[in-house]
Design a protein around this ligand. Structure first.
Ligand SMILES: NC(=O)c1ccc[n+]([C@@H]2O[C@H](COP(=O)([O-])OP(=O)(O)OC[C@H]3O[C@@H](n4cnc5c(N)ncnc54)[C@H](O)[C@@H]3O)[C@@H](O)[C@H]2O)c1
Length: 271
């Protein structure tokens, strides 16, 4: 676990990335003294793959979750979605004490975090990232927001989560595309700021577990935010992440080698 701190703002919150955490979210929230009524925001795909484990953990710990599942993907990152969320919460009589739990990728954490920032001028929220990109970047750092017709992320706020709980085993169900786009972000940070990340990726891609026939998701695996990272979460990679076996298959080694060869990072939109 690392603690994220933001200079000048006196903000400090834990970022835990551990295999099996999804099953322990309920007790962790109870330890954080979260109120019993909680608002879960997720997307339909994530709900299908991981909703049951997540909601069971909450209910076992005595929470009463109310769930809204967005259509998956970037098309949900709109002001209309934020408004719809807030109107549903109003209809449910949600007050300022009720926390939001964002279970999903960067789209879910951006939308749910922004709705949490705006509703009654600020609800507490917790991020439970389920993509590589969200565990390494989007769920950490407090940037939340939506797109406008004129451009990406044009409407937003800084609203830090109370805590981030990421479970790398959720990455096993990611599509190759979503998996690769998360890795690309990590490679980008490696190129821009921390070349040792490229070494980590190459080492993992070349390791034993990349060979066919070996188990793909070893139990002790994890991706964790880098110990040195501050307000912005920069991914560091620990031995045996569950997705280690996918690194070769999904072209990570080629990507890091291209990056080392001097290719500039793609000009994709900033998170
Ligand atoms: N706020 C920030 O600091 C920040 C930083 C970087 C990126 N972003 C934003 O993040 C967004 C992209 O995030 P993303 O790549 O996580 O995309 P995403 O949230 O759209 O997820 C990608 C796809 O994977 C599916 N998915 C998510 N978790 C899954 C799982 N465990 N198993 C199976 N399917 C799963 C989703 O349903 C979706 O279809 C962009 O909108 C970008 O602007 C924000």
């Amino acid at each position: 676990m690392i603690r994220v701190s933001a200079a000048r703002a006196r903000i400090l919150y834990p970022v835990r990335i551990e295999t099996g955490l999804l099953r322990r979210v309920g007790p962790l929230l109870r330890a954080a003294r979260a109120p019993r009524d909680v608002l879960v925001v997720t997307d339909r795909t994530v709900l299908r793959f991981h909703g049951a484990v997540f909601l069971a953990s909450l209910r076992r710990a005595g929470f009463r979750p109310r769930v809204i599942a967005l259509p998956p993907g970037e098309r949900s990152k709109t002001l209309a979605r934020v408004r719809a969320l807030c109107e549903r919460w109003t209809a449910w009589g949600v007050d300022r004490a009720t926390p939001v739990l964002a279970l999903g990728g960067g789209v879910v954490s951006d939308v749910a975090g922004f709705a949490a920032a705006a509703y009654t001028r600020g609800l507490d929220w917790y991020a439970v990232p389920t993509t590589v990109l969200a565990q390494a970047d989007a769920a950490i750092g407090g940037k939340v927001g939506v797109n406008l017709p004129g451009g990406k992320n044009l409407l937003g706020a800084f609203h830090h989560p109370r805590a981030v709980f990421g479970d790398p085993s959720t990455l096993a169900t990611l599509s190759p595309r979503a998996f690769r786009s998360g890795l690309a972000e990590i490679v980008k940070i490696g190129v821009i700021r921390k070349p040792s990340i490229l070494d980590d990726l190459e080492r993992l891609a070349g390791g034993d577990l990349a060979r066919p026939g070996r188990p793909r998701h070893p139990p002790r695996a994890q991706l964790r935010p880098h110990g040195g990272a501050r307000a912005r979460g920069v991914a560091g990679i620990r031995a045996d992440p569950p997705w280690r076996g996918r690194l070769d298959r999904d072209g990570c080694r080629a990507a890091t080698q291209r990056a080392r060869g001097g290719a500039s990072p793609s000009p994709g939109a900033r998170g």
